[in-house]
Design a protein around this ligand. Sequence first.
Ligand code: FES
Length: 158
Amino acid sequence: MSENFEDRAREALAKPKNVGEMNDADSVGTVGSPDCGDMLRMWLKFTEKDGKKVIDRASFQAFGCQTAIAVASMATELLKGKTPDEARELKPNELSGDLGPLPPMKIHCGQLVEQALKSALDGKEAPSKPAVETLAGNLNQAPTGKIKIVPLDEDTGN
Ligand code: FES
């Protein structure tokens, strides 16, 4: 395994795992970072093992930095077999798995994954019919809040 975090993240990005919408998910969570504007959605599918509810599979979509994608890839692998309570306890530096501890500047990228996971565990979003199909759809949707649209000045020559 590579010595430094950046190289390990690059290796994880070369073959990200569990990317994409899960059609048969039991739960989905979407979060956006107010700091950097990145977004991440995570789907969870549960099963029962030894009488306990555990995560069978997890997948994700990201409009985010490479670190968020690399951590989400690791996290969706290591979530398999965890109970919801065990999953909820995982901190960003644990969700990053083989990537190792996140550099201080990248902690919030891991927190984006942590929050998407918690949101999915809370199960407040409808898993089968999200308001829009993809994160790209989210971005293309008409804004609903109080947003002031400022037209760009086309005539910049004067
Ligand atoms: Fe936004 Fe990493 S910079 S999640």
